[in-house]
Ligand binder design. Structure first.
Ligand code: F0G
Length: 524
């Protein structure tokens, strides 16, 4: 059978049709560093400056030579790719290396246990499952305590202690035995309630069955809401509202207590919420770093309620912000940390959830398994990535910070020259966003239509790709924000090239010239 590349007849036909409408359906044939290559009609290779960078997965660039060399060596050495469920996995070394970084950057001595998956969303699902297991075990402990109290009360009743009339009336029963049975029945019913989660408005945590319910964008989320536990969303600049939400959703387990010579009803708070998810730099929301006040409020709510705090560092982690964890900048000390994307060195796929020892439930290791999770190849690549990032006392983090500051200054200069076109530049290190003013009220009908369908930035992307050989996209939930997430090897010349290209876009937008922006059809 010959396999002929060609028309997307059997996969992606709809998607590629949409991309083609903006001239974005280019066929890339090769990638190196910050450059993706396609071949034009005359057979010439055209290099494209890739600022999308695998949606933030390429902290060291496409096919980084050290990573590629290492991968070749691993295969030549016949690394045991599939030997999980044995006395040793390379995941152990990855978790150990990450613990050293946690201690250094997050200032906690507590151990964090690693649980491995194969993608960002899968790692989020693992975190959700672990949090639910933890919640379930806390519920069981509560029910056991209540059972003990029922036993004590039964003993007291046998010794002649009466049951308070208001307790019998409250449950519509006339004996202690009936009261105890009703308490157990109601508690069993309560304990079977689906949990809720807390997450930030605008947040993005993946698109699998449970993780999608923590992702704010309702276009992605609501078609699947019947499949999984729901989140209550909190604005990131008013995290203290979470305390009100927790109060609103408060559910109690029934308990009994022997007090003042009678058996009375009592209540125990039922753990309604599984976890609070937050990205230290919100990516899909439009590249928005959390403020130190937000982080303080997050920690306060979680400490007051016992809800575990989960830092989703899938996009912001691995050095992009100028430290390994973006949490380090805003003082976030989470109970769970999730990593994926760049952890695979740009060529492997891996994700990990790190759980604080005091929150860790070791039985989870027997309940949750995956064929591919912590496989030898991906884990050894992740180790190599960590080695490269940590080399020379963290030179890579300093480089991300320095390159990022330079790029941010260049973008801010453009935004200042065209305040009528650009609203804001945001972000930290090499996780930056530049937001256009909305074009909903543009005098140009095409601009208005693009804005209505949230595809204005796609038109900009098509222009930049064809006229400037620059690949960049918008963030999923803030469609007017271009996301700038190149590797740490971005050069001064590339930053200047991007800034100049932005100026050209700004002139076109200022002139409201949709014809100049519109591109259709593939170029290769
Ligand atoms: N969490 C965050 C913060 C993410 O940015 C993403 C993916 C995920 C979880 C899910 O990871 O795709 O490996 O399953 N963000 C993509 C993006 C969609 O465009 O940056 P995944």
């Amino acid at each position: 059978m010959s396999l002929s590349p060609g028309a997307p007849e059997f996969a992606d036909s709809h998607l590629i049709g949409m991309l083609d409408g903006f001239g974005l359906a280019v066929k890339y044939v090769r990638a190196e560093g910050n450059t993706l290559y396609h071949v034009d009609g005359e057979g010439r290779e055209i290099g494209v400056l890739d600022l999308a960078s695998g949606f933030g997965s390429l902290i060291l660039g496409h096919n980084n030579p050290h990573i590629v060399e290492h991968a070749k060596r691993l295969l030549d050495e016949r690394v045991a790719v599939h030997a999980q469920f044995s006395g040793y996995s390379f995941g152990i070394d990855v978790a150990a290396a990450l613990n050293r970084i946690i201690r250094r950057e997050l200032g906690t001595d507590e151990k964090f246990y690693g649980l491995f998956g194969n993608s960002g969303a899968e790692a989020v699902e693992i975190a959700i499952k672990h949090a639910e297991m933890d919640r379930g075990m806390r519920i069981t402990e509560l029910l056991e305590t209540i059972d003990g109290n029922l036993e004590k009360a039964a003993e007291a009743v046998r010794g002649g202690t009466p049951v308070a009339q208001d307790a019998l009336r409250a449950l519509g029963v006339d004996s202690f035995e009936a009261l105890a049975a009703e308490v157990r029945r109601r508690n069993t019913e309560t304990s079977l309630r689906q949990p809720l989660f807390l997450a930030l408005e605008g947040g993005f945590h993946g698109k699998l069955v449970s993780s999608i319910q923590l992702t704010y964008n309702s276009d992605f989320r609501t078609p699947f809401r019947a499949l999984a536990a729901q989140a209550r969303f909190v604005p990131s600049d008013q995290v203290e509202l979470a305390a009100k939400i927790v109060e609103e959703e408060r559910v109690a387990l029934l308990d009994v207590v022997v007090r003042d010579g009678a058996v009375h009803l009592a209540e125990q708070d039922f753990p309604v919420f599984g976890a609070f998810f937050a990205e230290p730099i919100m990516g899909e929301a439009g590249i928005k770093p959390l403020s130190a006040e937000t982080v303080r409020a997050l920690r306060e709510v979680c400490d007051a309620t016992g809800i575990p705090l989960v830092a989703d560092e899938i996009q912001s982690g691995m050095g992009r912000s100028g430290t390994f964890f973006a949490s380090a900048h805003c003082g976030l000390v989470p109970d769970y940390i999730i990593l994926a994307k760049a952890l695979g060195g740009g060529i492997a796929k891996t994700g990990v959830v790190l759980v604080r020892e005091s929150r860790y439930r070791q039985d989870f290791e027997l309940l949750h398994t995956s064929t591919f999770g912590k496989d030898g190849f991906s884990s050894r690549i992740a180790l190599k990535l960590l080695e490269l990032l940590e080399a020379d006392d963290g030179a890579a983090y300093r480089q991300a910070a320095e390159r990022g500051a330079k790029a941010k200054a260049a973008m801010e200069a453009v935004a200042a020259e065209f305040p009528d076109v650009f609203k804001e530049v945001r972000g930290r290190g090499l996780m930056l966003g530049i937001q256009f003013h909305g074009q909903e009220n543009s005098g140009n009908e095409v601009f208005r239509e693009w804005a209505e369908h949230h595809v204005f930035a796609f038109a900009v992307a098509g222009y930049l790709l064809h006229e400037k050989q620059i690949r960049i996209f918008s963030t999923a939930s803030s469609p007017d924000t271009l996301r700038f997430e190149p590797s740490i090897h971005i050069t001064d010349e590339e930053i200047d090239r991007f800034a100049e290209a932005l100026r050209d876009v700004a002139r076109i937008v200022r002139a409201q010239d949709s014809d100049a922006l519109a591109r259709t059809g593939t170029s290769s």
